[in-house]
Write a protein that binds this ligand. Structure first.
Ligand code: SAH
Ligand code: SF4
Length: 368
């Protein structure tokens, strides 16, 4: 019987390579799908809800530990399915362990990275949505990898599932940001399926307001998100406030120029009632002058928004530089009285290559 559902293991690159794990992962299936699966196996459907509760509610990753299931069912599950399909290949952690970058090997090929970030009180998981990225933003390490494949909903859920198991005991709250490798809104269906399951009370029960989707600016997909009534937070990577400058940094701007993008964002704000975040990387001499700040203020005028300034994180040789602290402060100071909220995000984990824009699967296995 083939239990693959809409949300499970649909690789754009064809089936998994021979010799790999033949069993399918159940992570990523919601309770209703698990109930159907149990029915198809000749079991009572409510067993599906029990499995969902073990996996999503309690973070159990082996069928053997699901002790309210009959032993025969546990062994059938063990033979035919797994809880997850990613293999941890390596990790790098800061000495204080507040930031951890974990490289996961995909079942077919390639490595994606996820980041566990924490302060004393706040825990955030940065997840990948694709292996590589086709958008080629000039400042981004993932962009240099070029197009890869979409991750499945199962693979996206699993990243959060695995990082959650690293939370300190008793810590139940955490945030999810789709700011790892790839463009989430290009992989719309799988990302939304994954986030819907994560936010479902019968799933991982992360409130939608704790989940942020960051996009390079795919205007039609922003409109779709709003029209479908999804309540996740939206972050838009702006990085420049005029078309000529933005097109140079982000080729996608030629497809969806600022006017179209801002119309979509306004629609999202109107429909969801949620404030939008604009991300703005500061690049010395390129977009960090007071004139640039003034253009940015005009662009976002009247929108309930927060501007998140990200001093550029170096990704190797190239023409970009992080501005000096005085220039960063000057830019932020100009904005503060003129827009609703401004933050300067000094990314965690620069020293382990885990900061914004630095994820590029350094741990790729050798081809062949
Ligand atoms: N594709 C999505 C999400 C992944 S990138 C997007 O582009 O929004 C997450 C954030 O990191 C984006 O705002 C991106 O522009 C930013 N980023 C990329 N490279 C960076 C770098 N070298 N320094 C700082 N931020 C970077
Ligand atoms: Fe892709 Fe986002 Fe990097 Fe641009 S910034 S190349 S969209 S991952």
């Amino acid at each position: 019987m083939n239990v693959k559902s809409e949300t499970l293991a649909r690789s754009k690159n064809g089936p998994a390579l021979p010799g790999r794990e033949p069993r399918e992962s159940l992570l990523g299936l919601g309770a209703p799908e698990l109930e159907k699966l149990m029915y198809a196996l000749g079991e009572k459907p409510y067993r599906g809800r029990q499995i969902a509760e073990w996996m999503y509610g309690r973070g159990v990753a082996t069928f053997a530990a699901m002790t309210n299931l009959p032993a025969t069912l546990r062994s059938t599950l063990e033979e035919r399915f797994t809880v997850g399909s990613l293999r941890e290949r390596s990790r790098r952690e800061t000495p204080d362990r507040r930031t951890r970058k974990v490289a996961y090997e995909l079942p077919d090929r390639g490595v994606v990275e996820s980041v566990f970030m924490s302060t004393a009180t706040r825990f955030t998981f940065c997840l990948s949505s694709q292996h590589g990225c086709a958008f080629g933003c000039r400042f981004c390490a993932t962009g240099r990898m070029g197009r890869g494949r979409h991750l499945t909903a199962s693979e996206i859920v699993e990243q959060a599932f695995r990082l959650r198991s690293e939370l300190p005991p008793g810590q139940a709250e955490y945030n999810i940001v789709m700011m790892g490798m790839g463009e989430p809104l290009e992989n719309y269906d799988e990302v939304i399926a994954a986030l819907t399951l994560m936010s479902d009370p019968a799933g991982m029960a992360v409130p939608a307001k704790r989940i942020t989707i960051s996009t390079v600016g795919l205007a039609p997909q922003i409109v779709r998100l709003a029209d479908q009534g999804h309540r996740f937070r939206l972050a838009v990577s702006l990085h420049a406030a005029d078309d000529a400058q933005r097109s140079k940094l982000m080729p996608v701007n030629r497809r969806f120029p600022l006017e179209q993008l801002m119309r979509a964002v306004r629609h999202h704000v109107d429909r969801t009632g949620r404030r939008v975040t604009f991300e703005y990387i500061l690049l010395e001499e390129l977009n960090d002058t007071v004139a640039d700040a003034a253009r940015l203020v005009r662009l976002v005028a009247q929108l309930p928004c927060k501007i998140n300034l990200i001093p550029y994180n170096p990704i190797g040789p190239g023409k970009f530089k992080r501005p000096a602290p005085e220039r960063i402060e000057r830019f932020a100071d100009y904005l503060r009285p003129r827009v609703p909220a401004v933050t300067v995000r000094y990314s965690q984990g620069v020293e382990i290559g885990a900061a914004c824009g630095q994820l590029a699967g350094e741990e790729e296995p050798a081809p062949g």
